[in-house]
Write a protein that binds this ligand. Sequence first.
Ligand SMILES: Cc1ncc(C[n+]2csc(CCOP(=O)(O)OP(=O)(O)O)c2C)c(N)n1
Ligand SMILES: [Mg+2]
Length: 242
Amino acid sequence: MRAMVAELFGKATGCSRGKGGSMHLIAPDKGVMGMSAVVGTTVANAVGHAYALRFRKSDAIVASFFGDGATEEGVFAESLNFAVLKKLPILFICENNGYAIHTHQSRRQGSLAICDRARAHGMPAEQLDGNDLLWLTERVSQVVDQVRGGAGPMFLEVRTYRWREHVGPGLDFHLGYRDEEEAQPWLDNDAVPRLADMISREDKARVEREVELEITDAFAFAEASPYPQPAELTRDIYKEKN
Ligand SMILES: Cc1ncc(C[n+]2csc(CCOP(=O)(O)OP(=O)(O)O)c2C)c(N)n1
Ligand SMILES: [Mg+2]
């Protein structure tokens, strides 16, 4: 949390040493192999990493996260095809929130059945409800075991919804591309309060306290951290010699 928030502040203690910002977080020691602002590109990076894991005879698998918009990029099709061809240990997870910026999926895709497109490449695909966290956790762990066991790539489309504007904390219903009626069922059925209802009031208060503390601590850490030195400008451009 500290390294992530410090990165948002552009500080030297950030996980990308303050040079990545919100869209280029990376933490290989934690298994986070990198994010990119260019929609769809991490799908190919993830397939490449799965190929590397195969070479290294690692028992790790890759989970590649992307949005519904990313499935429209050419690189998406190329990456899925290659993953199936090489039977790579990778789980593709599409977080389908119905929108790419202000455009609904139905105005961008001839077929809304994203899973069918994954199946067309020759891999099993399944749609899951992103608000049902317990089933999501159980099903994903089953699928992870299958991928780890050598089943080859698998695809999950997880249905969800965007509450706020595309970037930022504001509401954007006044823009007219969607209405509150569409959003309300998602707000009412949100995963977090649904899960909170399953635990005791004391546990809920404790979790909230711990989370608030962790966030407050991370922001204080980020604010107190220094900015990167000018010499950082030319570091991490090419692979450094050890
Ligand atoms: C190749 C490319 N085209 C366009 C953009 C501009 N852009 C930024 S986010 C975004 C929408 C992405 O939608 P989706 O993949 O569904 O992700 P979401 O934000 O909904 O999670 C677009 C088009 C971009 N960053 N990269
Ligand atoms: Mg989306």
